[in-house]
Design a protein around this ligand. Structure first.
Ligand SMILES: Cc1cc2nc3c(=O)[nH]c(=O)nc-3n(C[C@H](O)[C@H](O)[C@H](O)COP(=O)(O)OP(=O)(O)OC[C@H]3O[C@@H](n4cnc5c(N)ncnc54)[C@H](O)[C@@H]3O)c2cc1C
Length: 587
């Protein structure tokens, strides 16, 4: 007999059933801020975001939003909620002049951060709020890391980045730009001057393709190209540009080349569209801008007519073989399918890695076989006490929300190292919902599309392409949310097993079964023992009872079961928790 596996809810179960929040590296309370938007309380929505992910104004534009992949609406009904775009709406429509965020009582300890990218900034933000004096050393003339020297302004306007950095400065964080940590000013001297150091120097070393001709003039690697574009350095773009790769850097390099005057830009990608690790929305915008992607094509040689400058690229077609460890299928070149393309600029944008050359050997930092600084993945501590590292620097390229999470966790580790104090997570709590309000047309509202700049107006690097939601559209999108943070809570002492909830549920969440049709863990056994004074096995043999259980993953929080229940067994309650990471004031 097939048995239903049931679980008695525990704190982890509740977390896992709020898919969006659970998938976010900083556990942003998305359902709560979406509820606030539904009530047009943009200030609260902003505060919830600022507490969790620190830079909603940035992330609302460029976050890779792992939350949306786990959105119950997307898994159950149609397309996920535009959680990311709603984040942007709350940053745009918050109205109150926020009080200056106050830091805790000053502590006498000082922390240095290497790198003013999102990971360094997030660590500095939290450390300053904990009362530490923080100085960030940044080698570029501007702060922001890849937010300013990688991602182009037509996707992330510079005043938006500046606003986020200003919020960190306002907490008293000193940001020294044009201050590389290397030979003159080195890690050893920082160690002497500061009580702890967080290294968040990113991954800025371009990975090469490893093909002949890659050193010719007119070959500029993706991160270098984007840095030159963003720092407005002189660049010879030419008429025809080929970009190699399928990630963010490749897309940005291609779209930037077009804005900087190229007549024809195309992308060479060795897999298919399905394997491309970019947001489909971005791919759509790329296609609107008439950038051709040659799928299943890869470069094998850079060509030159004069032996100095690139004049073309030889490519070969590929087919897909078995999946690689990351799940994507391996491209296999097909012999005899070589073809040449004339170009003036080749931008290989396949990956980048951290440059660890500034770490002095004498300190004895442990380096992994991949040439990366080794850290404890939970605490971000290196093997040398007081030196921590995180962000892209320890893993290679990732994304902004993940490196913010690293920075926040590292800040707590530094605090523990310097003060001995450990932050305990406050337990979640529930509040009753008097009446569940769900739009009856909820399931019919389609995912709202964001307006974009007409293609003919996208000529400039500085004109933002995605225009954000209007207030009205934001509310409409927020109404689509199934509010997975609202749970049906059962008082089993009142249930008469009438099966009314089973009958009324439009999503067939409930099921009534005999005791011998279910199985579970020790908690279920204990519950049965306490209720019937016999073991689960005995109770199943005696068939002492029937049970009603619920598949939470199908619930749309319509509340019909609550209304139908004749004995008041079922109530709806809202789940709340404080930010998982530090956000409040101390001292
Ligand atoms: C073109 C491009 C587009 C991207 N698009 C997206 C996107 O849409 N969404 C997304 O989530 N992610 C995106 N990413 C990835 C994201 O930007 C990075 O994962 C993130 O910025 C990494 O943050 P970080 O703080 O670890 O490092 P970085 O942002 O790289 O910052 C590191 C900082 O350290 C400084 N530094 C380095 N060495 C030293 C030294 N010795 N002394 C002092 N300072 C030093 C660097 O100058 C830099 O400012 C993109 C990346 C690129 C390149």
């Amino acid at each position: 007999m097939n048995r239903f596996r049931v679980q008695i809810p525990n704190p982890r179960w509740f977390e896992e059933n709020i898919g969006c929040e659970n998938a976010c590296p900083v556990h942003t309370r998305a359902p709560q801020y979406i509820s606030a938007i539904r009530e047009e309380n943009y200030n609260l929505a902003f505060e919830l975001n600022r507490g969790d992910n620190l830079f909603p104004v940035i992330l609302g534009r460029i976050c890779v939003h792992p939350c949306e992949k786990k959105c119950r609406r997307g898994l159950l009904i149609d397309l996920p909620i535009s959680i990311c775009s709603l984040k942007r709406a709350c940053a745009e429509f918050e109205t109150h002049a926020r009080q200056k965020e106050t830091a805790a009582k000053k502590k006498d300890k000082k922390v240095a951060v290497i790198g003013a990218g999102p990971s360094g900034l997030s660590a500095a933000n939290d450390l300053a709020r904990l009362g530490y004096s923080v100085t960030i050393y940044e080698s570029f003339p501007i702060a922001g890391g890849m937010l300013n020297v990688g991602i182009p302004p037509y996707r992330l306007p510079r005043q938006v980045v500046e606003r986020a950095i200003e919020e960190v400065r306002q907490l008293g964080v000193e940001i020294l730009t044009g201050a590389p940590i290397g030979k003159e000013l080195n890690l050893e001297s920082l160690r002497k001057k500061y009580d702890a150091v967080y290294i968040a120097a990113g991954a800025h070393k371009a990975e090469k393709l490893g093909i002949s001709g890659e050193d010719l003039q007119g070959v500029i690697h993706g991160v270098t190209f984007m840095r030159m574009v963003n720092l407005k350095q002189e660049l010879k773009i030419g008429q025809r540009v080929a970009v190699v790769g399928g990630g963010n850097t490749a897309m940005d390099a291609a779209r930037s080349s077009l804005r900087l005057g190229a007549k024809e830009v195309f992308i060479l990608y060795r897999r298919t569209r399905e394997e491309m690790p970019v947001d489909p929305r971005e791919l759509e915008e790329l296609e609107e801008e008439r950038i051709n992607v040659h799928y299943l094509s890869q470069p094998i040689r850079v060509l030159s007519k004069d032996g100095t400058r690139v004049s073309g690229v030889q490519c070969i077609r590929s087919r897909l073989g078995d999946p690689e460890p990351d799940g994507r299928r391996r491209p296999i070149p097909i012999e005899g399918t070589e073809f040449d393309i004339d170009i003036e600029l080749l931008i290989p944008a396949v990956s980048q890695s951290p440059d660890i050359s500034f770490l002095p050997e004498e300190i004895g930092l442990e380096i992994s076989k991949w040439d990366r600084l080794s850290v404890n993945p939970e605490t971000f501590e290196t093997n040398v006490p007081g030196i921590l590292a995180g962000g892209d620097f320890v893993t290679g390229p990732r994304d902004v929300i993940q490196v913010i999470a690293d920075g926040r966790k590292a800040a707590l580790s530094i605090h523990r190292y310097l003060s001995g104090e450990v932050f305990e997570r406050k337990p979640a709590y529930f509040t009753p919902i008097p009446e569940c309000q769900v739009d009856p047309n909820l399931e019919k509202i389609p995912r709202q599309r964001m307006e974009t700049l007409p293609v003919q107006e996208r000529g400039s690097m500085d004109r933002e392409v995605e225009l954000g939601f209007s207030r009205e559209v934001a509310v409409k999108e927020a109404v689509r949310c199934l509010q997975c943070h609202i749970f049906t809570v059962f008082d089993r002492t009142k249930c008469i097993l009438c099966g009314g909830c089973v009958d009324i549920c439009p999503k067939s969440c409930f099921r009534m079964a005999r005791l011998d049709e279910i199985e579970g863990d020790e908690k279920l056994s204990k519950l049965v023992q306490s209720l019937y004074k016999v073991s689960l096995e005995e109770a199943q043999k005696l068939n002492v009872a029937s049970v009603i259980f619920k598949d939470e993953s199908r619930c749309i929080q319509c509340g019909l079961c609550v209304k139908r229940c004749p004995t008041g067994t079922i109530a709806m309650e809202e789940y709340h928790r404080e930010s998982t990471l530090y956000r409040g004031e101390q001292g």
